[in-house]
Write a protein of this length. Structure first.
Length: 246
């Protein structure tokens, strides 16, 4: 299977210029004056297309890059010395992949597209130099790392839930919050990952994930058709997510 990215010729729907990108306000360019954005555009490759299953990077290789999801979604996974695979996290538009690796100069995991996706690739050493020139970039960097730490804390909280259906409920609520805007809460969405990915991420067997989905459906929390999820009762789903902790 082909694994590398395809450099995508942009069309009218996908802006290659950072100043015109709909994600710019919550991306790295938000930390720079608009008239200086060309400096950032010189160190970033925009709109790299990754087909489903294509790799952003492999585990334990040298890296100097950060990746920003523009469209679609990605997963990161770690392979143990014994060959056991664990899905570490999922990444959605506007989120940054590779923050846990660039400090070491070595990737701690591998990343691949869950669906046809676009990502932007930033040269981190060059970005570090820009931070010296534009102090507001340092403030934005702190925000990025803070968000990454908060995300991992949320994942750990989910895994600490004892009941499998509680883990799944908490996972769906977290995924919903990441998709929703401050003005509008999303109640219907499609999960791009497989049940196997979810099971690996939550530390459960795939059969347990299937039973947990059935339990959430039977109790009126959600509707599910394939990978399409509709949250019917947020409060009930929240109650299920908080019913059992270690």
């Amino acid at each position: 299977m082909e694994k590398g990215p395809i450099f995508h010729m942009t069309n009218n729907k996908v802006a290659s210029n950072c100043s015109e990108c709909i994600l710019a306000k919550k991306c790295v360019p938000s930390g720079m004056p608009e008239e200086k954005l060309f400096r950032f555009e010189n160190i970033v490759q925009t709109n790299i297309l990754y087909k489903t299953g294509h790799s952003l990077f492999e585990q334990r290789v040298k890296t100097n890059y950060l990746y920003i999801v523009k469209t679609g979604s990605f997963k990161t996974k770690m392979i143990s010395p014994h060959g056991t695979e664990h899905v570490h996290n999922f990444f959605l538009p506007g989120e940054v992949i590779g923050l846990d690796s660039v400090g070491f100069g070595m990737t701690l995991n591998s990343a691949e597209a869950l669906e046809p996706s676009l990502a932007c690739k930033i040269d981190y050493p060059s970005l570090r130099m820009l931070r010296k020139e534009f102090p507001t970039l340092s403030d934005f960097s702190v925000k990025l790392y803070s968000n990454a730490l908060a995300s991992m804390s949320q994942v750990q909280n989910i895994i600490s839930l004892q009941a499998a259906s509680s883990r799944l409920a908490a996972f769906l609520l977290l995924y919903q919050s990441r998709l929703s805007s401050p003005q509008l809460q999303t109640t219907s969405f499609q999960l791009p990952m497989t049940r196997q990915d979810i099971a690996s991420h939550l530390g459960l067997a795939i059969e347990t994930v299937s039973r947990s989905f059935s339990k959430l459906i039977d109790t009126g929390c959600i509707l599910k058709e394939g990978r399409n999820i509709q949250i019917l009762d947020n409060k009930k789903l929240e109650q299920r997510a908080n019913t059992s902790t270690r």
